[in-house]
Design a protein around this ligand. Structure first.
Ligand code: MG
Length: 295
């Protein structure tokens, strides 16, 4: 199933994408939670009820009439992994990075979660804006100390993410967090694809285009630390919660590694596609002018 969070007629709720339509679960299975984390927390019985609602026809809306949101509106955690593809390591070495012995973990603040087709911001504070197309894992069960061979049990599904990065802010301090966490800088979606439909997560082409020009082209088989290894590693240290997102890292071809470096400018359009999963597309807009906000 392709689980979506969408807004329509003044309310935000969840559904299942099917072709050009969205099955509105609030209308066709009103007993289910209408928010994604609560829905996932309800477990297999909720998934079965959603499948039954889809099979029965369900109340459907044309996809063009709804606004797709980030599948998880505010993930409890957005965990991201750096330098996790062989070819990206090669280009990052030139920037002083080394082949990692352990997964390189950083957080994107949960406030950076952003819809799959909405524009993201060129910040007022920087012009070194870059893209990173990534496969992301969504956690479906609270868990700790998950052995690698049981990691599949805690995965609710997979989604496409763009780990949008402000390079100068990322690299001027030892930790990446602030340069990875600007508002709007984690577009994801368009849905959470359940594992039964995605299959082996480590066999899928991943591509990123900027204004139609192919910039990244790799396959998830090149992940250094794969999805299951990451879950084992992270859950050794802390509890993974329902709705946590793990963005697994980006392959080679980011803008900063181009010669000369090429950063995103206003009006650019970035598309990230993962074979058998889906694609997201976001344009770049200037961060709105006077953004001082207190209260
Ligand atoms: Mg990344």
């Amino acid at each position: 199933m392709k689980l979506v969070t969408f807004s329509h007629d003044g309310s935000t709720r969840i559904g299942v994408a099917e072709g050009d339509e969205v099955v509105d679960l609030a209308a066709s299975a009103p007993e289910l939670p209408t928010e994604m984390v609560a829905f996932l927390r309800a477990g297999e019985s909720a998934l079965e009820a959603a499948r039954a609602a889809v099979a029965a026809g369900g109340a459907r809306l044309p996809r063009v009439q709804v606004h797709l949101e980030s599948p998880i509106l505010r993930p409890p955690k957005i965990l991201a992994i750096g330098v996790n593809y062989g070819d990206h390591i090669e280009e990052a070495k030139e920037g002083g990075m080394k082949i990692p012995e352990y997964p390189v973990l950083f957080n994107k603040q949960s406030t950076s979660a952003h819809p799959p087709f909405d524009p993201f911001h060129l910040p007022r504070a920087s012009s070194a804006l870059d893209y990173e197309g990534e496969l992301a894992v969504v956690i479906g069960k609270p868990c700790r100390h998950v052995p690698r061979d049981r990691a599949h049990e805690v995965i609710a599904g997979y989604t496409v993410a763009n780990d949008v990065t402000v390079r100068d802010w990322q690299l001027r301090t030892p930790t990446f967090t602030i340069g990875k966490s600007f508002d709007t800088h984690c577009p994801m979606g368009p849905w959470i694809l359940t594992p039964d439909e995605f299959g082996d997560p480590h066999t899928h082409d991943l591509k990123t285009w900027v204004n139609g020009e192919l910039r990244q082209s790799s396959n998830t088989k090149h992940l250094v630390f794969d999805c299951f290894h990451l879950i084992e590693h992270l859950s050794t240290a802390f509890t993974l919660e329902v709705g946590d997102v793990i963005s697994t890292g980006t392959p080679g071809g980011v803008g900063i590694a181009m010669k000369p470096p090429s950063f995103l400018v206003e009006g650019d359009v970035v598309r990230v596609a993962i074979e058998g999963l889906g694609e997201i597309e976001n344009s770049v807009v200037a961060e709105p002018g006077d953004t001082v906000r207190i209260g």
